[in-house]
Ligand binder design. Sequence first.
Ligand SMILES: O=C(O)CCC(=O)C(=O)O
Length: 290
Amino acid sequence: MAMARSPLALTPDQIAAYNRDGFVVARGMFSPQEVELIRRSAEEDDALKSAAYFRSDSTGSRTRMTVWNEPGDDIFGLFSRSARIVDSMESLIGEEVYHYNSKLNAKDPQVGGAWEWHQDYGYWYASGCLFPRMATCILALDPSTRENGCLQVLRGAHECGRIDHMLSGKQVSCDPRRMEHLLERLERVHVEQEPGDVLFFHANMPHASDANASDKRRWVLISCYNGRSNSPVIAHHHPAYTPLSKVDDGAILAAGVRPSDRGKVFVERPYNPLEDAERDRQAAMAAGSD
Ligand SMILES: O=C(O)CCC(=O)C(=O)O
């Protein structure tokens, strides 16, 4: 029997806010006990640490990232597969969703780097996802504040569609001339989050964050979803449609501290849509899958 919609999933008012603004924050969606289990699992997880790579900003400050595709049965997978998250994503995207990828972004004190304005769909378009029927959610594991580089969004900017992305400094980001106009017209929101708050945002929402010049760590767990009908037409480093097996909202508390699944496969390096998309396209053609 299909599971009933989670009572902890986004409410109709929150879904309306997301549709209007391109983002919404569900305050306290995960309890302090759940966040503590996820945070401890991340801290004690050697596999997660050794699979990390660094993403630099223009000043050389670096965010440590670990990225994976298969959600699995570890505590991070239980978060991505939790009924409250999956049901919320299905309400936002409007159809059955599957897990596209997840990551732990660790902005450590003094050294964690900035992110230039970019849209997730700016990357995923290049990977052959035909429609922006995709969304991202961010669970704060530490307080995420202006001082330690919380996420910034532009209210309503998801409606401007996909913006061209180009190399600016060390990162592939939204065309800066276009961003200049959007920044003049729309409200920039610094989305501060307490541990347990979940930020949901549309794949076409430009987002950025400042470096962490503070002495407070900012770790976040990020999961991204795609609509079943939007399976990418190019084979690349994130998966095509794969049914997602949802778990009950009690699964995290029942699991306790549970670091990465043994043998978990991680994405090995940062992805540059300007260079890698063409390589993926050619590899897919050579393999006869395009
Ligand atoms: O963690 C952040 O500040 C930004 C992360 C982000 O935009 C990304 O991973 O695509």
